[in-house]
Design a protein around this ligand. Structure first.
Ligand code: NAP
Length: 399
């Protein structure tokens, strides 16, 4: 985000108006078949005079991708998994992310797999609308200098970061004393550690306020999602991790807050509906009407905030520690979490074991300087180590 680049959000308006003279923004959508991808297409349908889809990409669901292609026949396609009729593999995703005809690349694939297409899109001078927080968690140290070098715009889709971005319009990053992220608390809010033994994937996937893809829903149940978001905020808004914290806010109305140096706290509020932050990013800096239900304070007269229980939910503290250690440590932490979370969703390992796998992988990792090759190597190593831990030490890792 230019905010992070020049410490002055006002530059962002200048940059976007000079970069994108066309009244229609042409979008490439990486992860178009997922929760964020499908909601992005809803936003496009509401603003056809301002947004046009020129590229669609998914992981393996060719059927859903081809259905979307029937609705957006001008869009080029890419699929990660091999397919006889669709350009496939990482190369196809990278080509789509850097294609000449695109202005904005929406990165909403699940996980760090979005890193290489994101780097390619920044290199090609595209505006990035970023949902895939894992990209900045694993490689913020690589992505942000490239954003600065290319003068690119990196706009957040995550509702918390969209909230902070909106609060900071008109302020510089140096005005920020503290970023306060809000967390719904997930389906297990209020449970003690002992009460989390034996929870099932089905229970973990019952999120109280948001409907999202499987991995992020599980991350919300372990609260790792908040840990990842603290690191994402650290990079987007260029503040040290020590000045980013999270509180539980079960109503999910306040999407996050910023305390400025003079003590004033700014918040952005609304119903928990990702279509709004997606629209804010895609139409930035314009604010256009839509048909989303509007929130009225009288609808939710009671807004409450609680401390995170770090004994029951150790993941945010692990994520914070990985950011403090720096280098490739957040990459190892993220990969271990992705692997343990995806295996848990397939019935392997335990809910409490996810944090234990992350802790153990971090204990074994010796962080090195962040480069694309060290990120890819660390990511591979951490996944293998996490898999091995879950295979060989099921008892130690049992929750
Ligand atoms: N959902 C939310 O409300 C929300 C909010 C904030 C941030 N986010 C972030 O947005 C990202 C996506 O979340 P989601 O909830 O939309 O996930 P999701 O519903 O699981 O969708 C994931 C998307 O990524 C695609 N994908 C998976 N592996 C891929 C690969 N190797 N190459 C290319 N595409 C691949 C999937 O394609 P297939 O359908 O073919 O598998 C699908 O289109 C995550 O990083 C999440 O943390 C989500």
């Amino acid at each position: 985000m230019v905010l992070a680049v020049r410490h002055d959000p006002l530059h962002q308006r200048e940059q976007l108006t000079t970069n994108h003279n066309s009244p229609v923004k042409r979008l490439v959508l990486l992860g178009s078949t997922g929760s964020i991808g499908r909601q992005t297409l809803e936003v496009v349908r509401q603003h056809p005079e301002h947004l046009k889809v020129v590229g669609l990409a998914a992981g393996s669901n060719a059927e859903a991708l081809l259905r979307q292609a029937a609705e957006f026949p001008e869009a080029k396609l890419a699929l990660y998994q091999n397919h006889p009729a669709i350009p496939s593999g990482m190369g196809a995703l990278v080509d789509l992310a850097s294609m000449e005809e695109a202005d904005v690349v929406v990165v909403s694939v699940a996980g760090v797999i979005g890193l290489q297409p994101t780097l390619a899109a920044i290199e090609a001078g595209k505006t990035i609308a970023l949902a895939s927080k894992e990209v900045l968690v694993a490689a913020g140290e690589l992505v942000m200098p490239l954003v600065r070098a290319k003068g690119a715009s990196l706009l957040p889709i995550d509702s918390e970061h969209s909230a902070i971005h909106q609060c900071l319009r008109g302020y510089a990053c140096s005005d920020v004393a503290e970023i306060i992220l809000t967390a719904s608390g997930g389906p297990f809010r209020g449970r003690k550690r002992d009460e989390l033994r034996g929870v099932t994937p089905q229970q973990a996937l019952r999120h109280p306020t948001w409907t999202m893809g499987g991995k992020i829903t599980l991350d919300s149940a372990t609260l790792m999602n908040k840990g990842l978001e603290m690191i994402e905020a650290r990079w987007l808004f260029d503040v040290p991790i020590q000045r980013v914290r999270a509180v539980v806010h079960p109503q999910s109305i306040v999407h996050s807050m910023v305390r400025l140096n003079d003590g004033s706290v700014l918040a952005q509020m609304g119903w928990p509906d990702m279509r709004l932050p997606i629209q804010v990013a895609l139409l930035h800096p314009e604010r256009r009407p839509n048909n989303l239900p509007a929130w009225n304070p009288l609808d939710t007269p009671e807004l409450t905030f609680e401390e995170i229980d770090e004994e029951a939910f150790p993941c945010p503290a692990l994520a914070r520690r990985s950011a403090e250690e720096g280098g490739t440590m957040p990459c190892a932490m993220n990969a271990a979490n992705e692997e343990a979370a995806n295996l848990f969703l397939k019935g392997q390992g335990t809910f409490l074991g996810i944090a234990e796998v992350v802790r153990e992988v971090m204990a074994r990792h010796r962080p090195v300087e962040v480069r694309l090759d060290t990120i890819l190597k660390t990511d591979r190593w951490a996944r293998e180590t996490a898999r091995e831990l879950i295979r060989n030490q099921p008892r130690t890792l049992h929750g």
